[in-house]
Design a binder for this molecule. Structure first.
Ligand SMILES: [Zn+2]
Ligand SMILES: [Zn+2]
Length: 264
């Protein structure tokens, strides 16, 4: 997800980058807020319009009590999937608001309108739908850390911004730098589940400045999109080793592969 300066229309494209951004800000102030994903006008910035919202493929019950994999057939609420049965994840539970598909990529990750804060607020609203039973019990909320090289490229960490919104201003609840990425990793795209896990080994650590906060606590770990789950699992292992009592992973969207269990 890049954060290129966006233009509302071709009229701005002839300006120098700085002037273009100023012009965009001025336009944003003049125009009514628009849907994050299309040109429809919405009541508040950071919202999806009713049509785009209706197109998001929300994940609802029934689902695996641990990893949140949606099931086709209803069963006991504590039922867990085959993958979790075979290899228990290091987190207590993982929930994502929606299935990741082209629509959510375009609607939520393509982000046509809205600034970073608006986007984070909009995404946090979706995450809160999936995670509300646990958000109220969280002792700490943090985001999956971005390595500084990636941070420079993307220039900000969306997961951490969402975590911050979810903390609702409660002092000490959001700890943006609770976890650190200790080394640069290859991008995960195109790697198989086991290759992803190898790639991520020893890639994360608890920030020594906050190490004492984790023991015995319920930590909510936020990511924007979960693909195989390797990244959040690796972070959860680090949190477990630091003594976290409960780990709830929350994401905007997750990849759901149908037909076989690939969640690792
Ligand atoms: Zn829309
Ligand atoms: Zn599962």
């Amino acid at each position: 997800m890049m954060d290129e300066p966006r233009t509302r229309d071709g009229r701005l494209s002839g300006l120098r980058p700085g002037a273009r951004q100023l012009a965009r800000v001025a336009l944003d102030l003049l125009l009514p807020p628009q849907c994050l994903a299309c040109d429809a006008v919405v009541a508040e910035p950071g919202r999806l319009c009713a049509r785009c919202f209706g197109q998001v493929d929300m994940i609802t019950d029934p689902m695996c009590a641990i990893c949140g994999l949606p099931f086709d057939i209803a069963g006991a609420p504590d039922r867990i999937c085959g993958a979790c049965l075979a290899d228990r994840p290091p987190f207590t539970r993982s929930r994502s608001a929606a299935r990741y598909d082209d629509r959510i990529r375009d609607a939520l990750l393509g982000f046509k309108h809205g600034d970073r804060a608006d986007r984070a607020a909009g995404l946090a609203r979706l995450v809160a739908r999936a995670g509300h039973p646990w958000l109220g019990q969280a002792d700490l909320i943090t985001g999956v850390p971005l390595h500084r090289y990636r941070l420079l490229r993307r220039r900000y960490n969306q997961a951490v911004m969402i975590a911050d919104v979810l903390a609702r201003g409660v002092p000490g609840l959001a700890i943006p730098d609770l976890m650190l990425r200790t080394r640069a990793t290859r991008t995960q795209g195109g790697l198989s589940g086991s290759a992803r896990r190898r790639n991520l080994r020893a890639a994360f650590a608890i920030n020594p400045a906050h190490a004492a906060l984790v023991r015995g606590r319920h930590v909510v770990l936020v990511d924007d999109v979960i693909t195989t789950g390797a990244t959040v699992s690796e972070c959860a292992k680090v949190l477990r080793r630091a003594g976290a009592a409960e780990i709830t992973v929350l994401a905007v969207a997750r990849v759901v592969r149908t037909g076989h269990t690939t969640y690792v």
